[in-house]
Design a protein around this ligand. Structure first.
Ligand code: CS2
Ligand code: MG
Length: 402
């Protein structure tokens, strides 16, 4: 069996997506997500100029060998662009293999380990009352787990809060916009926010929160400690994860569970944090982590240290990644939770999917492969439009972590 064609489909039905499509001489094709928010065209070039031409003629069934060809063979290994490009190819090859086997991808991975997949969604508002309204809406939609983000009094805008009347999309301008941040105001405010949520919604609902890389380890330790009475499901990305030693300081001070890893792209980024049990959930997902082949290795390593998966699932990860992720979630023994920021109707119109949401849980569907496809004709109607993520400054003008 041979790969006869491989291409990249870039489209922008409300936001940019990069999709890899690989076709074989037996007419079976597979697709994979290769979207890297704000850096899409870098991945397109990496694929079109250096990877896809080398795929032609290869046996698509040799997933592992192809993975190693593009990892070990790259010389300049790892990094978000290369691993995202590799993820697109790898996911497409797993899609092909499952279609050839006539089974849904989760069966190929080892069958399902659960009956359904718990998801969490986002609730955000400019202030506590509007955030509480958003939590109520998410509950009405059936979610049992909800991420809470809120505007901070005295801070013009903050991460995770949608602009008035819009759904949340961080890559919101051709070039980076600038936002302002105050750690002091945030740390003084956050416990009040979660007190209000628990007061109104009680103890049963799972609450999550994304700090989005903005604290130092001792500040994260303070936050985790002060949020303990509200028993969060997790506190995410409390500090930038380059300094993994810093997580020891957080761990010494708080029992609030810790999630990290959506910006990681290889097992080597995750290893120290997991083997030292400094985190509880690993967020690295299929599109940014080198595909299904590599995520299986990350999940297996995680399972040795009580770490569970908590796949990143923002709207800048396409429905193709969501579909593949749900098959992975259905199988993986150390599953934690799946993020779900719903794609818009327009985005979903370009991608057909088999995964289903019901009462707070997903099932991946029984179609052969990962069950997601792209309507190329429709995709062509929405050409790429550059959009960059914001940058962030402290109130004194210091460029900070966004
Ligand atoms: C966020 C993401 O969903 C999350 O946890 O961290 O929305 C993140 O900001 C975007 O994926 C960046 O493109
Ligand atoms: Mg996050």
């Amino acid at each position: 069996m041979k790969i006869t064609a491989a291409k990249v489909i870039v489209c922008c039905p409300g936001r940019n997506f990069v999709t890899v499509k690989i076709t074989t001489d037996e007419g079976v094709y597979g697709i994979g997500d290769a979207t890297l928010n704000g850096r899409e065209k870098s991945v397109v070039s990496y694929l079109e100029d250096y990877m896809l031409p080398a795929l032609i003629g290869k046996d698509p069934q040799r997933i592992e060998d192809i993975w190693q060809f593009f990892y070990r063979g790259a010389y300049w290994r790892r990094g978000p662009v290369g691993m995202c490009a590799l993820a697109g190819i790898d996911t497409a090859l797993w899609d092909i293999k499952a279609k050839l086997a006539g089974m849904p991808l989760y069966q190929l991975l080892g069958g399902r380990s659960r009956d359904r997949i718990m998801a969490y969604t986002h609730a955000n508002g400019k202030d506590i009352p509007s955030t509480l309204d958003a939590v109520a809406q998410a509950q009405e939609q059936g979610y049992k787990a909800i991420r809470i983000q809120c505007g901070i009094p005295g801070v013009a805008s903050t991460y995770g809060v949608a602009k008035e009347g819009k759904s949340y999309e961080p890559a919101d301008a051709d070039l980076p916009t600038e936002s302002v941040w105050s750690t002091e105001k945030y740390l003084n405010f956050a416990p009040k926010l979660f007190q209000a949520v628990r007061d109104q919604f009680g103890d049963d609902i799972h609450l999550l929160h994304d700090v989005h890389h903005r604290l130092t380890p001792i500040e994260a330790a303070r936050l985790g400690k002060e949020l303990e009475p509200y028993h969060l499901f997790w506190m995410e990305d409390a500090v930038p994860a380059e300094n993994q030693e810093g997580f020891k300081l957080i761990r010494q001070h708080t029992t609030t569970p810790i999630a990290v890893g959506e910006v990681f792209n290889s097992i080597h980024d995750c290893r120290e944090l997991m083997q030292n049990q400094l985190i509880d959930y690993i967020r690295t997902t299929i599109v940014h982590g080198g595909g299904i082949t590599h995520l299986r290795r990350i999940a297996d390593l995680a399972s040795l240290f009580h770490v569970r998966t908590g796949f990143h699932g923002a709207t800048d990860l396409s429905p193709v990644c969501m579909g593949a992720a749900l098959h992975f979630d259905y199988w993986v023994p150390n599953f934690g939770i799946q993020e779900h920021m719903p794609h818009s109707e327009l985005m979903e119109s370009v991608f057909t999917r088999h995964y289903q949401f019901e009462d707070g849980y997903f099932t991946p569907g029984e179609a052969p492969g990962h069950g997601v496809d792209i309507n190329e004709e429709l995709a062509a109607k929405y050409p790429y439009k550059r959009a960059c993520l914001p940058v962030n400054r402290l109130e004194d003008g210091t460029l900070w972590h966004w």
